[in-house]
Design a protein around this ligand. Structure first.
Ligand code: PLP
Length: 378
């Protein structure tokens, strides 16, 4: 058996995405900067991809820049904030992705700015009143950096409310939307966001492909210098087939968003309902119901005896889940999110894709029963 429940780490490439990419690996290989026919062919594909992504976000094509993924997009925004946009204060949370938190640690050593952390409630939800108070608390130019969905526990930020709070206090707002692009629609004409980040591999697209939205009122500088690619915002020959794949992945995601959401909500709700029926000690970490992203279910087995090695035992039984984000899984210090919320030592993230089936949930439930209930009987 091979059941893949680690889709928040990465997803399987959709075969339709692969089909869209293949011609750009085989025959359409020109450098998009070349002015001859080969180059024009691939330049057209890149600009078509940009137009497609801009249309899905309802922004201008000039505001979309292709990057290597979420990490690069978040790094670019945060560096620009303190280096070029005169940001003197960043309001964020302790449960952002490491590509935000570690970048801030680094920037703090080199630039003059302060970091303030918004209050989280017991489930890790952002306290919007506290956000409002913090935003109002200083006249210094401020960036608010809060992720749309937490990749470990699935908590959703009420993004419209958060954006409006930022707007009211003239703070810039960056949201790491890596987990929600293609899963929760965002209309940038309705939601006042200045920056956002996306990655192809979370939505059945290729790894190493991503984008950055920069509101046109906030001109930024590149992270990489060299050629004039991406209108001087990101030097280096474009990841052509990555960009084509990313665009196709976003297109498919938007075409099937309703059916996919319905399917994954069903999987998640069924898993949760069944496990709580069979093992009432198990609880859900983080926010619940509609305040939690439909692809992520983080379960807490802490009150269950014999949960050590649970993740490894699941793996042996052919079930791939995760103890934290991909970069903090395994045998290291554990998840900073779980630690920040004081959730104990035995949390497992099950994250779903459109390819998962209910029979796989049943298999996981049977396996958990076997691993956990059998140990109680002994
Ligand atoms: C919320 C979030 N932000 C950023 C990233 C980093 O994205 P990437 O792996 O494309 O660099 C990830 C995924 O690992 C993520 O889940």
């Amino acid at each position: 058996v091979n059941v893949y429940f680690d889709n928040a780490a990465t997803t399987q490439l959709d075969s339709k995405v692969l089909q869209a990419m293949l011609p750009y690996m085989e025959s359409h290989f020109g450098n998009p900067s070349s002015i001859h026919a080969f180059g024009r062919k691939t330049r057209t594909a890149i600009e078509k991809a940009r137009k497609n992504i801009a249309a899905h976000l309802n922004c201008s094509t000039a505001e979309i820049f292709f990057t290597s993924g979420g990490t690069e997009s978040n790094n670019t925004i945060l560096l620009n904030a303190v280096q070029n946009l005169s940001i003197k204060r960043i309001i964020t949370s302790p449960i952002e992705h490491h590509c935000v938190l570690h970048t801030l640690d680094y920037l703090k050593q080199h630039f003059q700015f302060t970091i303030e952390y918004v209050k989280l409630n017991e489930q890790g939800g952002v306290d919007l009143e506290n956000l409002d108070t913090l935003c109002a608390g200083s006249n210094e130019k401020t960036l608010v950096c809060l992720m749309h969905a937490n990749n470990e526990i699935g908590n959703l930020l009420p993004i419209q409310e958060a954006a409006e709070i930022c707007q009211k206090h003239l703070c810039l707002f960056h949201s790491d939307t890596v987990q929600t692009i293609g899963k929760i629609p965002i209309d940038l004409q309705k939601t006042p966001i200045h920056f956002l980040a996306g990655a192809g591999h979370k939505i059945y697209g290729p790894k190493g492909s991503g984008f950055l939205y920069i509101n046109s009122n906030n001109p930024c500088k590149p992270l990489l210098y060299g050629g004039g690619q991406e209108r001087n915002m990101r030097a280096g020959t474009e990841n052509l087939y990555g960009i084509v794949g990313l665009s196709k992945a976003i297109e498919i995601a938007h075409q099937t968003i309703e059916a996919d959401t319905h399917h994954m909500k069903n999987l998640k709700n069924y898993f949760l309902k069944q496990i709580q029926k069979q093992m009432p000690q198990v609880t859900q970490n983080g926010l619940t119901g509609d305040q939690s992203l439909h692809t992520i279910l983080n379960l807490n087995f802490t009150d269950f005896p014999k949960t050590d090695m649970l993740l490894m035992n699941l793996d042996i039984e052919g079930i791939c889940a995760s103890g934290g984000s991909a970069c903090s899984s395994g045998l290291d210090a554990g998840s900073h999110v779980i630690q920040a919320l004081d959730l104990g030592n035995n949390s497992i993230r099950f994250s779903f894709s459109k390819f998962n089936q209910i029979t796989e949930i049943d298999y996981a439930l049977n396996t958990l029963n076997k691993l956990l209930l059998s140990s109680v009987a002994q």
